[in-house]
Each structure stands twice: as C-alpha cells, then as structure tokens.
Design a binder for this molecule. Structure first.
Ligand SMILES: Cc1cc2nc3c(=O)[nH]c(=O)nc-3n(C[C@H](O)[C@H](O)[C@H](O)COP(=O)(O)OP(=O)(O)OC[C@H]3O[C@@H](n4cnc5c(N)ncnc54)[C@H](O)[C@@H]3O)c2cc1C
Length: 423
C-alpha cells in the first residue's frame, strides 16, 4: 500500500515503504527483522531528507520505550531507543541526574538523534551521540547484539545512519542534576562576533547566535545558557539583554520556548530552545546545517555574507552554534571542534534545493560537513572525502548486514556507494 507510513514531521517527505510495523518488544523487533528482506528503523520522523525511508518496510521505534534504568555507581542510564529526550530528562531529573546537553527540540527520539549525530551547542559540549556508552541492537537476521564503549568498532556504531540494525536500547553517560539560567541578548554586532568569536562562544555553557541574514551589521539575538554556580554572569560585547522572552524566529510568540530572562531552572527546561509540552511550530519549515572546523568559523561566516541576498528571502532563521570534537566515525564533529551553521528555511523545497549548491560551494573551502538528517546536495564523492573513517564504516555495514537488509537509496547514494567508488 502506497504511503502506509505517512510523512515525516515536516510533511515534506511521504515515506515510500509499503508497510509500517510498530513493535513494542525486542522479541517482536527480532521476529520482524528476521522475516524482512528490506527494512529501516524510523524514529520520531524529525529528519528532513529520505535517510529513514525504506523501499519495502519501516519499523517505528515509538513503542520501544519502557522504564529507564539508572546505575548510580557507573553514572549511566539505559533507555529504550524510541524514548524521546524530553521524556528521559523528566525521569533523570526526578532521580537527581542530568545529561550533559540536549538539542534545540526535546521531542526527538534518542535512537534517531544518535543515528544522525544530532547535537546542541557549547564549546565543551560534544554531540549527543558522544554520551552513548552502550548500544543494544537487532542485526540483520534478527540477532540481538550488545556493544559497549571500548569494544572494537564501537566508535563506528553510534552515528550509524540506521545502516547497522534497529537500535533497541541505549546506555548514556549521566551526571548529577544541575541548573541553568538562560539569557537572550539582542543586536550583537557582527564586528564583535568576528573579533571575539572564541570569547563569545565561551561566554556560557551553551551559546547560540541567530541571524536572518537581513541586517549584516548585527546578529539579531544571542542565547546564552549558563550553568548556575559555574559561569560568570553574562555580559555581551555591547549587546543588550532582551526585555521579554523571545522565540528564535523574530516576531513569533515565545510561549513554547524554554524560560529566559536569566531565571534559573532545571537543565532540561533551559538547554533546549523549546519546551517538551509545546509543539514549537506546526512543522512548516525545512532545515539544513553545515559544520566547519572551528578554526574556519569567522572566515566561513564572512564568506556566507556574499550569499546573504539569496539566503534571506528563503530563510526563517539561521543559528550559529559550536560543538566539541568527538571520535565517532560519522559524527560531523569527528576529530575536530566545529561551528555549526543551521538554516531553518521556509517550506519551499525546490527553491531551497536550488540554493544549496551555491551555499555548499561557498562553504567547500572550509570542509563543511552537512547534517545527515537535514537537506543537503553535497556531491557523494566529496562527502565521503570529509569522513576519514567512512571506509571502515562501510566495512562494518558489510560485516553486520551483508545482504543489505538495512540499505536504502539515501545510503546507497551518499555513503556506501560513494565510499566504494573511492577504493
Ligand atoms: C524542529 C527540529 C529541531 C531539530 N533540532 C536539532 C538540533 O538542535 N540539533 C541537531 O543536530 N539536529 C536537530 N534536528 C534534526 C534531528 O535531530 C535529526 O534529524 C534526528 O535524526 C531526528 O531523529 P528522529 O528520531 O526523528 O529520527 P528519524 O528522522 O526518524 O530517523 C533518522 C535516522 O535515524 C535512524 N534511526 C532512528 N531510530 C533508530 C533506531 N532505533 N535504530 C537505528 N536507527 C534509527 C533512521 O533509520 C534514520 O536513518 C532537528 C529537527 C527538527 C525537525
């Protein structure tokens, strides 16, 4: 049956798989995978491209939740892969624990977020995938496998693009709960950003700068999330504190946003931009994101200014963040601290896709890696060249899934096919 699985969150993609399963136990996952010749895991549907799609069957992880198991000695929490970060956060908080960081939206599934290298912001904060210390997944043929940090190839398994199997359980590093105060500053001058980039992004635990690429003299806003008790009270290079709460997209009501105005609160209610109990928008948007090694940050931003007249008409807002290096093979911050340039576009996909090659050409000298779950048009050959361990990842895929049960056209084009042509 066509469109049996419906659409992604933004509704810019109708999944083409003919069948959707929603198992609620690991045994069920094993049985379904063992019987399938082509199947893909589907998380909370927040990706904007066809990375999750499958030609035959999809398996929603929405019911793979179950109770959170906290190991206080080891400081880890084990959780069903379909659990959303916001749901885990509430459980952790009530037990006195926290995750180091979260993405802008708490509604995203843990299995889906780690599969694409989803990240938040912060000079010393790694991608969310880097908090993973253990994975359980069902491999092709329906076997249940468990891998832990330190096992051979573990660094290749976490940002897995759904290519290795269906992750059923994830074990994450946790820490004692902490409080965060969020402050928004307005009209941060471009010159201040160019001249003080490191000081700016280092001025709080997590910093995001927003521009609509319309006024090239200032960034519209900077959002500073400071850990209470460890960061100094923020002051910001001449930018003034906002006089009320703000939404990242100028002029939208802030009702669904996490509390601001410097009022301290629990980590999970400040680190994302959006509250768990609100839908931040109705999904009428598209997203792209490119990360560049941090040493190119100021140069890359300056280069993009020349494309501002083309970017601005299609844009809702652009967010600049930083992410610390990790050693996960397909993470966009593999081996290097990065700056991310995230674009929330208006939902005009033909126009956005027509602009992306020009945007990618501007960023090419800076070795820009696109977000796996967002729109990009980067040449697959070039993409493969941006990931030194992509050949090892393809070997892992062949070892664990020799028949290509978890393959799909997105992976064939962008990962497995491109890497193969480089050998
Ligand atoms: C409003 C919004 C805000 C966002 N904010 C951020 C942000 O702050 N930072 C950021 O980096 N990204 C962000 N994203 C992007 C998002 O985090 C990624 O696209 C992420 O992959 C979505 O997770 P998902 O559960 O929806 O996965 P899906 O989109 O359903 O799937 C993505 C991939 O994960 C695989 N997958 C999912 N579950 C499993 C599993 N259990 N086992 C194996 N593979 C699995 C799928 O096969 C697919 O390859 C945002 C997206 C939206 C819509």
């Amino acid at each position: 049956m066509a469109n049996a699985a419906g659409t992604n969150w933004a509704a810019n993609l109708a999944y083409s798989a003919a069948r959707l399963h929603t198992p609620s136990s690991v045994d069920e996952v094993r049985r379904i995978v063992a019987a399938a010749s082509s199947i893909r895991a589907l998380g909370s549907r927040h990706s904007f491209n066809s990375i999750a799609d499958g030609t035959e069957e999809l398996m929603s992880t929405a019911a793979l939740t179950g109770p959170v198991r906290i190991d206080r000695e080891a400081m880890v929490a084990t959780v069903g892969a379909g659990t959303r970060y916001g749901e885990l956060a509430v459980e952790l908080q009530s037990a006195g624990f926290a995750l180091a960081n979260l993405a802008s939206l708490p509604h995203i599934s843990i299995g889906g977020a780690i599969a694409t290298g989803t990240h938040g912001s912060g000079d010393r904060n790694t991608s969310l995938a880097a908090a993973v210390v253990g994975l359980e997944f069902v491999t092709a043929g329906g076997e249940l496998a468990r891998y832990d940090a330190g096992d051979p190839n573990f660094e290749g398994m976490v940002v897995n693009l759904g290519a290795l199997g269906v992750v059923t359980e994830v074990t994450l590093a946790i820490e004692p709960t902490f409080e965060v105060a969020q402050s928004v500053f307005e009209n941060l001058s471009w010159n201040a950003v160019s001249e003080n980039f490191d000081a700016l992004t280092g001025s709080a635990y997590s910093v995001s700068m927003f521009t609509s690429w319309q006024n090239l003299d200032v960034f519209d806003m900077a959002w500073l999330k400071s850990r209470v008790g460890s960061d100094a009270t923020p002051t910001l290079f001449g930018a003034l504190p906002a006089q009320g709460e703000r939404h990242p997209i100028p002029n939208l009501p802030a009702v669904g946003c996490t509390p601001q105005l410097g009022i301290a609160g629990p980590w999970f209610d400040r680190l994302p931009h959006f509250r768990l109990n609100f839908t931040p928008s109705n999904g009428v948007e598209l997203q792209s994101e490119y990360v560049v090694p941090r040493r190119f940050a100021v140069e890359a931003l300056a280069a993009l200014r020349f494309l501002s007249a083309e970017i601005a008409p299609l844009l809702q807002v652009c967010e600049i963040r930083t992410v610390a290096a990790d050693d996960l093979w397909l993470s966009s911050s593999y081996g290097t601290d990065v700056m991310g340039m995230h674009f929330t576009w208006k939902q005009d996909q033909p126009a956005v896709e027509a602009l992306l090659p020009a945007l990618e050409a501007v960023l090419e000298p800076f070795s820009a890696r696109p977000h796996w779950g967002k729109l990009f048009t980067t040449d697959p050959e070039r993409l493969a060249g941006l990931y030194p361990k992509i050949g090892d990842f393809c070997r892992l895929v062949r070892d664990l899934d020799p028949e290509g049960v978890f393959a799909n056209p997105f992976l064939d084009l962008n990962v497995t096919g491109a890497a193969a042509s480089r050998r």
